[in-house]
Structure formats: structure tokens, C-alpha cells
Design a protein around this ligand. Structure first.
Ligand code: ATP
Ligand code: MG
Length: 141
């Protein structure tokens, strides 16, 4: 069984209808929710979490947005969890998700390239690192 870290980003937590929609996608999927919590991501956590994007033009915007309110954090498990959660999310960029993948989470709920509704780990190594950031007490092995 593979694990992935999923985040429902702050603009969705502030919108009950969108939040319900995304929670339903998770409930109706075959993912097992291993852990979940709602919390405001701290500046330190966001900076560490998005370290790989430090030199990109959108980094400040991204960190500011991700610390602008509470997020829902999930450890999800299933076979091929990483790939399958990313395909439920759809493309990162809003013009692609809305036009090419309107039925995905980002196609339905993404507002911009930054406010694209959800996060998903992109490899087993990043999943382990990301789960450690938000669930430090979780025993991975
Ligand atoms: P995530 O890591 O959130 O699952 P991803 O792997 O599809 O998404 P990354 O390239 O890792 O995308 O970017 C991380 C996050 O940075 C994106 O989810 C988005 O919020 C933001 N981002 C990425 N590209 C842009 C961009 N061109 N303009 C603004 N924000 C962006
Ligand atoms: Mg990524």
C-alpha cells in the first residue's frame, strides 16, 4: 500500500460547498484516510514544505496563500496512491485543468495557478518527507 500527503488548500476551507465537493471525491474514492487534521500551516512549515520552489517567481505568493488560513491535511493510502490522487486532482495550471480536465478537482475548484484547490505528493520520497512535516508523530515504517 502506498501513502501520499493530500492538502485541501485555504480558499476551499473557506467555501463549504467546494469543501463538501472535494471531501466527497475522497470519500467516494477507494482511498483509505489514514490520518487527517485541520490546521493553519505556519510560515516555517510552508517555507520548508515548498523549499524546492524557493527561487521561482510564484514562491512568495504561494507561501502567503498557503498560510492565509486553515488547510485540511490527509495521509491517504491505496495502491498507486500518489499517481491516483494526482490524476483525481488534474493539472496544476488552471487554464489546463479547466479546459482539458473539467471533471478533475482542480478543473472544478481551481481558481488560479496558485489557488489550485489541492496538493498531492509527487513521489514516494516526497510523500515521506511531506508526511513528516505535518504528521511528525506518524510512524512511517
Ligand atoms: P502540488 O505540489 O501542489 O501537488 P504540482 O506538483 O502540480 O502541485 P508544483 O510544480 O509542485 O505543482 O507547484 C507547487 C504549487 O505551486 C502548485 O500546487 C501551485 O499552488 C503553485 N504553482 C505552481 N506553478 C505555479 C505558477 N506558474 N504560478 C503560480 N503558482 C504556481
Ligand atoms: Mg509538486
Amino acid at each position: 500500500l502506498q501513502l501520499t500527503l493530500a492538502i485541501i488548500k485555504p480558499h476551499i476551507i473557506k467555501n463549504p460547498t467546494s469543501l463538501k465537493g472535494i471531501q466527497n471525491v475522497i470519500l467516494k474514492s477507494s482511498f483509505k484516510v489514514v490520518r487527517s487534521k485541520r490546521k493553519p500551516i505556519s510560515l516555517e512549515e510552508a517555507q520548508y514544505f515548498y523549499e524546492e520552489h524557493k527561487h521561482k517567481f510564484f514562491y512568495n505568493r504561494l507561501v502567503t496563500f498557503m498560510t492565509s488560513g486553515a488547510s485540511d491535511l490527509y495521509i491517504l493510502a491505496k495502491e498507486n496512491a500518489i499517481k491516483d490522487w494526482r490524476s483525481l486532482m488534474g493539472p496544476t495550471k488552471v487554464y489546463r485543468s479547466q479546459f482539458e480536465a473539467p471533471d478533475t478537482i482542480r478543473g472544478k475548484y481551481g481558481l488560479s495557478d496558485t489557488r489550485n484547490a489541492t496538493h498531492g505528493s509527487d513521489s514516494p520520497e516526497t510523500a515521506r518527507r511531506e508526511i513528516g512535516v505535518f504528521f511528525p508523530e506518524f510512524d512511517y515504517d
